[in-house]
Write a new protein. Structure first.
Length: 356
């Protein structure tokens, strides 16, 4: 890939500290709306090229997510190439933090797969441009609770669009993945009077759900879940849940879950449309997490304010679904267009120079 010609990024920074073993890439897709905000993924990529491709893809995704969430942040992301279980150390994280600091706030980092709030506390010893820290360090802690709250808001908006009422009483919701987000989603669904079918490959996760949500029907795998006569499918595990194979079985009317990159390929959005399944774009649905870390970075962190902002995912989803219907396009196309319009319109304001 030619980074200059194809990736459309503002800046890509390679960070190397041989002594600590740090090999990281920070990608800034756009600062049109503000500092580029996005997490740090710590992953044992097979090759350097794979790490670079991933970070470019992820940072572009963050530009859209932050724009649609109404945040004053651009899109960025970082990857640390290594195994988080064996390669992570205080020195490596602090070396990484120093590289983040060199960007002077153009990039603000946070947690992602392979990094946790305690890691951000360590990174914060070297840079101010980090969020997603622990409450003890003045942060908001793990954002999964607000992510789940946002998923629930999007689900209600989709129900209102599809069935004319946001009421989920008596609707059967299939939750695939009972991890940090899935577990927080169950109480909202229970409170709303929905029937729950839940799947997780982990026996421990299923036992947890059986103990805390005895009314939920538990199944071992997602194939069984999507064939269980559900009205709403909430993928809350890994990416790629929506593919040619799952679409042959799925008869839910709505798909609305937290997992990133749910579409196995972009063409699946049109396949879902043709099948009459209302798909709520993943990056809209799961934006509660980034809303929390953005609130924390603006500081001081106020959970109630972050929750109120996350509740707006209801209106954002409703607007996207309305526009998709009105224009005869998929919800993904409508969401992308709204995000691009905001980046262009608000980004243009930067030509009005401020002298302060
Ligand atoms: P997690 O790792 O805590 O939980 C994932 C769960 O899915 C685990 O319990 C795992 O056993 C289960 N799982 C894995 N493969 C499965 C399969 N094939 N079928 C059923 N269950 C399976 O992750 P999380 O933090 O809950 O995040 C879930 C998804 O939401 C991820 O795609 C993540 O990127 C996305 N997301 C999370 C947040 C957040 O705040 N945590 C924010 C935005 C997006």
């Amino acid at each position: 890939m030619s980074i200059f010609d194809e990736c459309g990024h503002e800046q890509v920074v390679f960070c190397h500290d041989p002594d600590s073993g740090l090999r990281a890439v920070i990608a800034i897709h756009s600062t049109a709306l503000g500092p580029a905000l996005g997490g740090t993924r710590f992953h044992p990529y097979a090759t350097e090229a794979e790490a670079v491709t991933d970070v470019l893809h992820l940072s572009e995704g963050m530009a859209y997510k932050n724009a649609i969430a109404g945040l004053d942040y651009g899109g960025g992301k970082a990857v640390i190439w290594g195994d988080p279980d064996t390669d992570k150390s205080e020195t490596l994280l602090r070396a990484y933090g120093r590289f983040v600091e060199t960007l002077g706030g153009r990039y603000v980092t946070a947690c992602d797969v392979g990094t946790h709030v305690a890691d951000m506390d360590t990174v914060a010893r070297e840079t101010r441009h980090v969020t997603g820290r622990s409450p003890d360090a003045g942060g908001g802690g793990d954002p999964s609770g607000l992510t789940a709250f946002g998923v629930f808001q999007a689900m209600r908006a989709a129900a209102a669009h599809r069935w004319g009422t946001e009421d989920l009483t008596g609707r059967t919701v299939g939750v695939a993945g009972l991890g940090k987000v899935g577990r927080h989603l169950l109480p909202h669904l229970t409170e709303a009077g929905a029937d729950i079918v839940a799947a997780d490959v982990s026996e421990t996760a299923r036992s947890w759900a059986a103990e805390h949500f005895p009314a939920a029907r538990l199944v071992a795998d997602t194939d069984e879940l999507i064939a269980a006569g559900i009205h709403i499918y909430a993928p809350c595990a890994l990416g790629g849940a929506l593919n040619e194979r799952s679409l042959r079985v799925l008869d839910a009317e709505i798909v609305c879950g937290s997992a990133n990159n749910q579409l196995a390929d972009p063409g699946v959005a049109a396949d879902l449309d043709r099948a009459g399944i209302l798909y709520c774009p993943d990056y809209v649905v799961n934006s509660g997490g980034v809303i929390q870390v953005a609130e924390e970075y603006a500081g001081p962190f106020d959970f109630k304010r972050a929750e109120r902002r996350t509740a707006q995912i209801f209106d954002v989803t409703a607007r996207i679904l309305e526009r998709a219907k009105g224009e005869g396009v998929t919800p993904v196309a409508a969401a992308d267009a709204i995000a691009e319009e905001r980046m262009a319109a608000v980004g243009r304001l930067q030509r009005l120079r401020l002298f302060r």
